[in-house]
Design a binder for this molecule. Sequence first.
Ligand SMILES: *Cc1c(COP(=O)(O)O)cnc(C)c1O
Length: 496
Amino acid sequence: MDKMYRSTRNKELVLSAKEAILKGIADDGGLFVYDELDQISLPLKDMMDMTYEQMAEVVLTLLLPDFKEEEIKQCVKAAYEKQFDDEHITPLYSYQDTHILELFHGPTCAFKDIGLRMLPQLMSTALKGHDEEKIMILTATSGDTGKAALAGFCDVERIGITVFYPKEGVSSIQQLQMTTQEGKNTCVCALEGNFDDAQSSVKKVLHDASFAQELKQSKISFSSANSINIGRLIPQIVYYIYAYKELVRQGKIKLMEEVNFCVPTGNFGNVLAGYYAKLMGLPIHKLIVASNANHVLYDFLTSGVYDRNRPFHKTISPSMDILISSNLERLLYYKSGKNAAYIQMLMERLETRGSYRVEDELLKDIQNDFVGGYCDDEQCAREIKAFYEQSGYVMDPHTATGYKVMREYARQDKEHVCILLSTASPYKFAPSVYQALFKTCNMDEFACMEELERKSGAAIPQALRELKEKAVRHHDVIEKDAMREYVKNKTKEILL
Ligand SMILES: *Cc1c(COP(=O)(O)O)cnc(C)c1O
């Protein structure tokens, strides 16, 4: 009964939620999925009176049956209590009929805090009863994951964390957030290359059987904190329900009325959580997938061809500069009728040729739930400015990408209320935002943040304000071929 998580690439492999959380990714390279997801139904009516934390308990209880009630309560409390600068965790801001769900009120000012405050709690709960075992978390980051993971795992017993970020691929605030990370179990390293290089090198180490064998002798295993871990994905379902509840509470929609969500997307984790909410009964009409100039997902959603063989663009929304959207594999699994052999074949094509095409029927089925759109940097900057001039509200470039795509889609769908997910504080990307609103920013990032605050009147989050005073603790830079050796040394240093 507890064994309900399978690999997307292998029907035979079944694990409990605790096992899946500790492992992160299946040995065959597949992602863990819960086959009966669409048979769960959320107690929506009851949830309309709940707080965010209570909703989180309901969702976790449904999807993590081997966690005890008391364990879930404690995990929710440790993850969210006093960690967010808004009591509602993900407050909904509305200006006329634009609804923006702010997912950036956690300790690192980006939406990844929602999942990454929870994952370490779930992991350390799952580790109980395995007394001598230890875990090294390996993570590749396009900027926001890294800091949120470091903050979440900092000084958690028996777990170490090593984060790799692309040297030229993150903002200087993001870099500083990571390199100033405290904690005796944390390690941060820059990698020559882009995010996909970092991600595929980390995957290689995670799949290295002989390396795993070697560490096993010291009772150490690897795991990942990327959005492929169900312990990170599942908590993200909650804010979709929370936003829905808020609109019902405010009388803007009736219970069971369908809404759309527009989601700025990179690795497909955030928007996949929305699809999970839909499978579990949240009334969602369309999930609108917003991309930047790296619009591999838009192309897939319109043509059925996923093709990563294309130029990689560095944009002002760097957390979406991604050509391999890992979590798409889970959507394909559900939409293919849970056909693990088919997924295995597609993913092998992606690996060897860098592309695959899905069957027409499958594409049609995906298009019933998803639409795509994209926005380049220039348009993105115009959106930031236009919405600010209209409302006085400052949005970050990832959010603005979604704003543009949402408005475009709204021209053909005037029937449904739409909620835009805002994934980062504008202060995390202050120079781009400042430039969009005023003029070129010749100052350093901190001066720019302060100028932006002075001119716009929106307050800088405390966590970013204090960054300037912190000491840089991590200086390492390596080539991707050196990752295995590096990880080996750091694992010894931190866990032995
Ligand atoms: C990670 C991130 C995204 C993309 O989220 P995915 O789950 O990878 O689709 C968008 N915006 C910001 C600010 C992020 O940090």
